[in-house]
Design a protein around this ligand. Structure first.
Ligand code: COA
Length: 272
């Protein structure tokens, strides 16, 4: 049976993401549900949540698909396909014009069969033990306005940032902004938008100083060579490669392109 995922299902949903070795915490699942209570679905077998798919909608126009997971004991039985088809149908009936996602190697064949096409590469970089870099110049925190993100992403994501506000963040109108948040196996640097590479360096220094001696993940667009340069400079290593894919859900719909050069760090595979 396919049904909406509820906040009460979060412990079971977390078991699925943990079994896949993903970094999401209980709070990450709660946040996705808070952001999109109508767009998160699960497939239940004998009273157990065995597969999930979430679709967070931005500006009521474009959906970001994430958390596509099937319990390892129930794979290759068509569950992910059924849930994806259900979620896409629900988005179409709500008038959402398109969907995007970051696909793992395991998920990509399914998305391609459903009509998604490749947009660009996304990489996860990892630092096993973040060095405590000295801050060259501290940044005075002022909660960001998200104008830069709206321009670079093509849609406003104010609700997402409103929820991420409970995590650690730093911002200045001249430099841009950055967040870091807790993860299950490593803390997470991102999102980060910066007005220049040298300003982005200050945000990286801040994120390392905020997570001293802790493992850290950083997702970036390899096309943004400045971000790659910084990741290497601070000792991060590439850990995983995903493919960003998109699908128009209404005839003739054009999805807003993301500007990879504005993003020094992404928001997370479940948010884009
Ligand atoms: C990807 C995943 C969700 C697929 O779940 P599933 O319920 O087994 O998928 P389905 O049974 O609906 O399979 C649908 C199609 O996906 C593809 N697929 C599924 N598992 C695959 C695998 N291990 N390798 C290659 N292709 C695979 C196939 O094209 C399959 O079509 P088929 O029916 O012709 O075999 C599951 O393997 C999983 O949870 N993986 C770990 C988390 C992950 O990577 N999620 C995707 C995030 S983008």
């Amino acid at each position: 049976m396919i049904r909406k995922l509820s906040i009460l299902d979060v412990p079971q949903a977390l078991e699925l993401s943990s079994a896949a070795g993903w970094n999401q915490t209980m709070r990450d699942w709660q946040r996705v549900l808070l952001l999109e209570p109508e767009g998160c679905f699960c497939l239940e077998r004998d009273g157990r949540v065995v597969a999930t798919t979430t679709a967070v909608c931005y500006e009521g126009r474009m959906a970001w698909i994430g958390m596509v997971l099937t319990n390892p004991d129930f794979r290759r039985m068509g569950f992910a396909r059924q849930l994806m088809e259900y979620a896409l149908q629900s988005l179409r009936s709500r008038g959402i014009t398109g969907a995007k996602l970051d696909a793992t190697e395991q998920g990509r064949p399914l998305y391609a069969e459903l009509g998604f096409t490749d947009e660009c590469l996304v990489e996860r970089w990892h630092h096993p033990l973040s060095p405590s870099a000295p801050l060259t110049k501290p940044i005075l925190p002022r909660f960001p306005t998200f104008h830069m993100d709206t321009i670079a992403f093509g849609l406003s994501r104010g609700d997402l940032f409103g929820l991420l506000r409970e995590e650690k963040w730093v911002s200045s109108p001249e430099l841009g902004f950055a967040f870091t948040r807790t993860g299950a196996s490593a803390n997470y640097f991102g999102p980060c938008l910066a007005t220049s590479e040298s300003n982005a360096r200050r945000f990286v220094e801040w994120s390392l100083a905020t997570n001293p001696g802790l493992p850290l993940y950083w997702d970036l667009f390899p096309e943004n060579t400045a971000a790659v340069r910084l990741a290497k400079e601070f000792g991060f290593q590439p850990a995983r490669r995903l493919v960003r894919m998109s699908l128009a859900l209404q005839a003739g719909a054009k999805l807003p392109p993301t500007d990879p050069h504005a993003y020094y760090a992404l928001s997370g595979f479940e948010y884009g």
